[in-house]
Design a protein around this ligand. Structure first.
Ligand code: ADP
Length: 504
């Protein structure tokens, strides 16, 4: 059920009131009419809360209808008031309308009937105005509360007004303090000022322009500025409207990230250079140590006792081992620096080359190597050969009691190829599976299995240069499987920003 519409009916003629109310109720059944016949009742009703409309006689015993009208409009400015009177000429009507009356109806049979229509119209108009005012108030509130700066500017691009956020973003305490400034002059960079002036001049919208604000002292503020011209029909621009977003925080993060990335690239390059130089410079003295300890062992064989010969042997072996480690380190560092650009490579060919390089080890160990169907993809061919050679070489080296059985297979998985090298060798402890890809990480002594612990680190670096991943799995004594992935869409090797991590 609708709420009743409460109206005041001010008239000191009871018969007139009654008749009019009967007529009104017929066409407006929800009407609740408060009848007012004297000054006291009027004062009480006006003080007693809101009513939807008032109908007043002009001639009243205690005052006149114009006074009633003024009082009501003062207390409740949006309340429609209709003057309904038996007496009153044009002058009264004109005065009533001047004071804000919403209708003027003369009493009489046709007037009484018309009163219902006039009241209905006045109620509808008041309701429409109220809804409009509410909507406007809500929209204003929303505009004031939004964190996005909003502004209007003249056709020439001078700011007219802005919401609270615009004031805050532009550093003005009061949004009104923004008024009058040229939009372009808000920006710090002359080039961007010129751009905004040009767009305003051409009447072209400004779209998401990110710029530093002028006048910022040490800490710069950044905004994202958009503005669009408003025209009346097809006519000239009458004003601009636009938004300002504070993007200082994200801009700072962006700048910091760029600085860090640059520092990282620099540090990486220095590290590469450092490791290459060290490895290179260490080679020569090591080479001499190895050579002279061998010479010593040969030439002073007769004059050295058994223990001294053993010592010299250890020196020679250690020098050779260190040479091998340095060679490995150099090769590791060069995966990125000396890598070739990617070309279409048939992995079956790369695997065949690796097997041919491993011919002696395969024959010596009686190994069976099965190579399944392998894809062709964009890669560095020499590095693919090295990858297969290291993985298949390990499968031969870390063999168990049985002759090695190695299977190379591939499968397309989503956006990449996965290639696996599985063996029936000694397997790897579960908790060591991640460690073995680190530089110089070995699970066995040199006496047990020869090697330097660089092979898998090189594999990892090669795979990562190609945008893929590598991991190992093992099932106890039943051998190990090494799997690497290469994306179908080739990675850009130049984009890689890895560092030369030694150890882990
Ligand atoms: P290296 O072969 O010179 O020792 P790698 O980096 O190639 O160095 O391998 C690191 C370690 O990972 C090896 O020392 C070995 O302990 C383990 N490993 C590598 N491949 C296999 C394999 N196929 N089966 C068992 N263990 C392996």
């Amino acid at each position: 059920m609708n709420n009743p519409t409460r109206i005041l009916f001010i008239d000191d003629h009871p018969d007139d009131r009654r008749l009019a109310i009967i007529v009104l109720r017929q066409s407006l059944p929800d009407l609740q009419v408060d009848e007012v016949a004297d000054a006291l009742a009027f004062a009480e009703r006006v003080a007693g809360g809101r009513f939807a409309a008032a109908i007043t006689e002009y001639r009243l015993a205690w005052t006149d209808g114009l006074d009633v009208l003024s009082t009501i409009k003062r207390v409740q400015p949006d309340c429609p008031v209709i003057v309904f009177t038996a007496q009153g000429g044009e002058a009264v009507a004109a005065e009533a309308l001047r004071r804000g009356a919403d209708g003027y109806v003369l009493k009489g049979s046709s007037g009484t009937l018309r009163l219902a229509d006039v009241l209905r119209e006045a109620l509808a108009a008041a309701e429409g105005a109220r809804a409009g005012r509410d909507g406007e108030r809500r929209a204003r509130g929303l505009i004031e509360r939004t964190p996005v700066g909003m502004f209007t500017a003249s056709a020439e691009g001078d700011l007219l007004e802005g919401n609270r956020a615009a004031g805050r973003i532009l550093g003005a305490v009061d949004a009104r303090a923004v008024a009058g400034r040229e939009l372009a002059s808000l920006l710090a960079e002359p080039a961007q000022q010129a751009r905004v002036r040009a767009l305003v001049g051409l009447g072209e919208p400004i779209r998401h322009l990110e710029a530093a604000l002028a006048g910022g002292d040490a800490a710069r503020s950044w905004v994202r500025l958009s503005a669009w011209p408003v025209r009346e029909g097809d006519g000239p621009i009458i004003r601009w409207e636009g938004t300002l977003e504070d993007v200082t925080a994200s801009k700072r993060v962006e700048e910091e990230l760029a600085e860090r990335a640059a520092a990282l690239v620099q540090a990486n390059a220095e590290l590469q250079q450092f490791s290459a130089t060290i490895s290179h410079d260490l080679q020569e003295p090591l080479h001499l140590i190895a050579r002279y300890s061998r010479l010593l062992a040969e030439q002073a064989r007769g004059s050295l006792d058994e223990r001294a010969r053993r010592y010299v042997g250890h020196v020679a072996a250690s020098a050779e081992r260190m040479q091998a480690m340095i060679d490995g380190l150099l090769e590791y560092a060069r995966v990125d620096t000396r890598g070739r650009s990617f070309a279409q490579v048939d992995l079956a060919d790369a695997a065949a080359d690796a097997l041919s390089n491993l011919k002696a080890a395969i024959e010596e160990s009686d190994a069976v190597i099965e190579v399944g169907v392998l894809p062709a993809l964009a890669a560095d061919r020499a590095q693919m050969v090295r990858l297969f050679q290291n993985l298949i070489g390990n499968a031969l080296k870390f063999r168990g009691k049985q002759p090695p059985h190695v299977r190379v297979t591939s499968a397309q998985q989503g956006d990449h190829w996965a290639v696996s090298v599985a063996d029936n060798g000694i397997g790897i402890e579960e908790d060591q599976l991640g460690r073995i890809f680190g530089l110089f990480q070995r699970l066995h002594g040199e006496g047990e299995f020869p090697g330097t612990g660089v092979g898998l680190a090189i594999c990892k670096r090669i795979v990562e240069r190609h945008g893929g991943q590598i991991w190992a799995s093992s099932h106890g004594q039943r051998g190990s499987t090494f799997t690497f992935t290469i994306p179908l869409v080739p990675a850009q090797p130049e984009e890689r920003r890895g560092s030369l991590a030694v150890g882990g």
